[in-house]
Design a protein around this ligand. Structure first.
Ligand code: F6P
Length: 322
């Protein structure tokens, strides 16, 4: 039996492109003859019945907006067996027989639990961090990297004028992908990521001193959030090199802004794929992007996969950013 009424929610940290994914689920669902509900503020909305019926026009003019028009939240109540049962009961009361959850790993654990409680769920990877093991791409990653790149380009102007070193922390939780890609794009002298242990003298100071000898007078060092200690690093760099150094933590600015084309298109493809699965009566899957194709994996298996850091790309960065 195919699913006739589905719901969509966004959960965890927001990411640019989530609106495009919601739009794809709503319009995709309607194209399959389904009724589609929008759930506000993540799993909290399921628990509180904060649910609205969506139509084609409910998702007009949102594809280019950052954030999520459905709002998002982290829900401690849902993270209990009682909370999951309550949410499943709410779904049954509302006639919802499938849910698309747009978020990260934490949100997918909720989707798995809700599926086990009898409501088939599909996860769509939405997080700026690109830290979900089963997929090569998460919605929001491209916009966040472009925002970080633009911010560092601005910083470079003042860093260069003062012959300084800017130590810039970018987001990513425990994942170094934003740092690696932004670091390459801005030509950072050093890129510190949690996946690769570093030696402060060899990997930062000696690289700076080497490039200084070749005529370089200003420096950008990119630090992933998962490495941290950014202010302390800037201080240590100044002490070790005598080069005036400043720390900048880009922070939540990286989560905002109009999604890039890549994020809008990926979100649209992934959101639509989620609807296709629910239409076939399939639940407990995570939509993923692998080898240029939209695919899907069992949620439990997806959550057990280990992320592989692109060490080859990291090595390229080290060789050319000098
Ligand atoms: O997962 C997205 C993210 O922005 C991470 O990069 C960061 O570690 C975290 O969320 C910040 O969370 P919060 O918005 O709760 O401060």
């Amino acid at each position: 039996m195919s699913t006739k009424t589905i719901a969509v929610l966004t959960s965890g940290g927001d990411a640019p492109g989530m609106n495009a994914a919601v739009r794809a689920v709503v319009r995709g669902g309607i194209s399959y003859g389904m009724q589609v509900y929008g759930v506000r503020r993540g799993y909290n909305g399921l628990l509180n019945g904060d649910v609205v019926q969506m139509n084609l026009r409910s998702v007009s003019d949102i594809i280019h907006h950052g954030g999520t028009t459905l709002y998002t939240a982290r829900s401690p109540e849902f993270n209990t067996p009682e909370g999951v049962q309550k949410a499943a009961n709410q779904c049954r009361a509302l006639g919802i027989d499938g849910v698309v959850v747009i978020g990260g790993d934490g949100s997918f654990r909720g989707a798995r639990d809700l599926t086990h409680a009898g409501i088939p769920c599909i996860g769509v990877p939405g997080t700026i961090d690109n830290d979900i093991a089963c997929t090569e791409y998460t919605v929001g990653f491209d916009t966040a990297m472009n925002t970080a790149m633009e911010m560092v380009d601005r910083l470079r102007d003042t860093t260069e004028s003062h012959d300084r070193c800017s130590v810039v922390e970018v987001m990513g939780r425990r994942c170094g992908d934003i740092a690696l890609n932004t670091g390459i794009a801005v030509g950072a002298t050093a890129i510190l990521v949690p996946e690769v242990p570093y030696d402060f003298d060899r990997d930062v100071i000696q690289r700076m001193k080497f490039t200084q000898k070749t005529g370089k007078r200003h420096f950008i060092i990119i630090v992933a959030e998962g490495v941290g200690h950014t202010a302390e690093l800037a201080k240590k760099i100044e002490e070790a090199t005598g080069i005036e150094s400043r720390a900048t933590i880009l922070g939540h600015v990286q989560r905002g802004g109009s999604p890039t084309l890549r994020d809008r298109v990926m979100a649209s493809r992934m959101g639509f794929h989620a609807v296709e699965l629910l239409d076939q009566g399939i639940g407990n899957r995570v939509v993923a992007f692998r080898e240029s194709k939209v695919v899907d994996f069992d949620i439990t298996e997806a959550l057990e996969m280990k992320r592989v850091f692109d060490k080859d790309l990291y090595d390229v960065a080290l060789r050319i950013s000098i």
